[in-house]
Design a protein around this ligand. Sequence first.
Ligand SMILES: Cc1ncc(COP(=O)(O)O)c(C=O)c1O
Length: 395
Amino acid sequence: MVYLQELVKQKGKNVLKKEQQAWITRLKGMPHKTPFMVTDLAIVHENAKVITEALPRVGIYYAIKSNSDERIIETIDPIVAGYDIASLGEYKHLKNLGVASERMLYSNPVKIPEHIQKTYEGGVRHFAFDSMDEISKLSTYAPGSEVYLRIKVSDYGSRFPLSKKFGVDPLHAVAYMDMAAEKGLKPTGLAFHVGSQSENPHSWAVAFETCGEIIKKLSAVGIDISFINIGGGFPASYTERINSLKQIADIINKSITKHIPDHVKIVAEPGRFISATSSVIVTSVIGRETRGSSDWLFIDMGVFQGLLEPLEIDSWRYPIFTNYGKKAAAFSKSFVLTGPTCDAYDTLGLDYELPSNLKMGDRLYIGSAGAYTKVYASNFNGFSPPKTYYLENQK
Ligand SMILES: Cc1ncc(COP(=O)(O)O)c(C=O)c1O
């Protein structure tokens, strides 16, 4: 087996990463019909444990939007403090799994009124906001709730920025919190998100400094902050070098000590970090053709069955490996890798380096496929999302 993405140039060297080597062992004896996903619950457990231990002052609330798989939730439930929810649907999903409403933070800043009403009736008491309309909705449908203001922070260096869509300018924080109090809500929290897959750990440092300043200003007008929700953004390993969680955690832990009063509780909502590396999607080549000067490889799993992130960012690459021998790296070539539907946008990338002799029926393994994949899946063109199989107690 050869892991081929950024490693192709290192011909002859051991091009397999330790994790890919381990996946190869785990995937042996899985002849199921492709495409399918394999989720290793031991990895999910480990990821949840690692982030909990690295951030001792931070309560971990898993963002189920990244992967709402029941087995994942059951696996991490004893480790995490709770969950971030984005909708009534996510609330119901967690309730069906027996999760108490007190362990849910409704962190989507702009919510559907009925969703606020039903989750409030079900016992949710923490809601994010970042607009006047939201204050009005919350005061009507979730009266007296604890609300946290999403502020805009730098998402520079993140692969999936969020600050265009969400967050008020920190300059206006006092005004918004004041208005929430006037409407009978309890403005007790601040929230930010540095953007998903952040490759810039300093974003957190700057965001904490901003929160520290806002806390002082709020205190001067008699509003006490009791918690800060720092969202997600913790990067998972794909094809590019990333900062280790330890590096990020050091910065976060120091920033909390420096800028945030001791009595303020900190919570985080990691999604991708916990779920991405837990899963591999196994797919088969269903056709190969030369179109103009490009070689196209058609596989039975594409954008619309869940691999949507390449549509969001052109340069997004999954780590893809094959069951070709190690020497295949010397005979690799660039392929346009495309999915099975009739839509030209159903394409994972224009320049995937893969063994040159790949042919119909060969399997490709798409690594780090656990986050923001099957939650996106549709049945477009009649293709089903991949079925999931589980591995446990592998470590
Ligand atoms: C409010 C909120 N919390 C948490 C997350 C999870 O982020 P990530 O998967 O980068 O950890 C998101 C992602 O969009 C979010 O919007």
